[in-house]
Design a protein around this ligand. Structure first.
Ligand code: SF4
Length: 337
């Protein structure tokens, strides 16, 4: 469905271009849910915007290919990409209140997509299509909601409105969901995730689910990609990754998951020490070295590790993955999360 090859995105900096996505390659198949995880500042949202060809200026995609059904999105002109954006590839952003325009009704915002992509439809047909989609994504009383403004709706319904906007054309083949549940409370989050899984199965869409929350990935995704400092550091099917994460950063993320049953009350939640490095001043060698409990200066600080396939479909970017003991924390597996 989509294949990203050697993507590089740069922003200008005081002492030269800053590479914020570096040599990133991944693919998502038809009907597949790929979870993309990493801390803030790792480049996840910028990857989503790159796929949509919406990298904010002065940032630029400087090399690579994004093949969608065989066509390179990066070589299409603006009118060609507009035909695809919102039609075959849609995006749902993190905070529905800021994604929706407060001065237009939700019906207006949903049907606007049809006005652009389906200009032949009459106004009453657009309204009817919007009501059908709103109902399908679980919005009760769609007739009433259609004429309401975003501030009159709860966070969960606003998020369902954004999902309606993303699906309204009926042709979506790739849905990019950037932290779609972060702003929601836990029960609504579970409902929205269930809705994603249901819609993805119904439409056989590819879904790129971006989150900083590994438990969201465990519940929904088929494969997981982990990003750090603009690069992919590990990618694998969900079960092998949760059962045997190989990259020290992935292990740090897993240990940071709250574990109600296994951790004594009042114990501190483990964290990954330090912060994501400044991309304008990356160290030589592995960018995770300063935070890595397994790093060794002589092995890790001279060259950037390359992404290596360590077993079927399981890739990791670490010089020392063979020497790192098998993951033995009490982190729950994908199945038990
Ligand atoms: Fe840690 Fe070295 Fe692996 Fe980097 S290459 S993650 S520093 S062990």
């Amino acid at each position: 469905m989509i294949e990203i090859q050697n993507l590089e995105v740069q922003f200008p900096g005081d002492s030269g271009p800053i590479t914020v996505i570096d040599d990133l390659s991944l693919s998502i198949g038809k009907g597949e849910i790929l979870g993309l995880v990493g801390e803030s500042g790792c480049g996840k949202s910028l990857l989503a915007k790159s796929i949509m060809r919406l990298v904010p200026a002065p940032g630029k995609i400087t090399s690579g290919e994004i093949l969608f059904n065989g066509d390179d999105l990066l070589t299409l002109d603006e009118s060609e990409i507009q035909c695809i954006r919102g039609n075959q590839i849609s995006i749902i952003l993190q905070e529905p209140m800021t994604s929706l325009n407060p001065v237009f009704t939700v019906g207006n915002q949903i049907t606007e997509v049809l006005a652009i992509h389906r200009p032949e439809m009459k106004k009453n047909e657009r309204r009817q299509r919007a009501l059908d989609v709103m109902k399908r994504v679980g919005i009760e009383s769609p007739d009433l909601r259609f004429d309401q403004y975003p501030h009159e709706l709860s966070g969960g319904i606003r998020q369902r409105v954004l999902i309606s906007i993303a699906l309204i054309c009926g042709d979506v083949q790739l849905l990019v969901a950037d932290e779609p549940t972060t702003a929601l409370d836990v029960t609504i989050q579970a409902q929205i995730l269930d809705l994603f899984v249901q819609l993805q199965a119904e439409h056989q869409m590819a879904l790129l689910l971006i989150t900083h929350d590994l438990s969201v990935i465990a519940q929904t995704a088929h494969r997981v990609a982990v990003m750090y400092a603009g690069r992919l550091v590990e990618i694998a099917d969900v079960a092998p990754l949760f059962e045997n994460p190989l990259h020290p950063y992935t292990r740090g993320l897993m240990r940071s998951l709250p574990q109600i049953e296994t951790r004594p009350r009042k114990s501190h939640l483990p964290t990954i020490p330090g912060t994501v490095p400044n991309l304008a001043d990356l160290p030589a060698g592995c960018p995770f070295f300063d935070r890595c409990e397994y790093g060794r200066e002589e092995a890790c600080t001279s060259t950037v590790p390359r992404l290596e396939e360590v077993s079927d479909g399981h890739w990791v970017r670490c010089h020392l993955w063979r020497e790192i003991p098998r993951f033995a924390s009490a982190t729950p597996t994908a199945r038990s999360l």
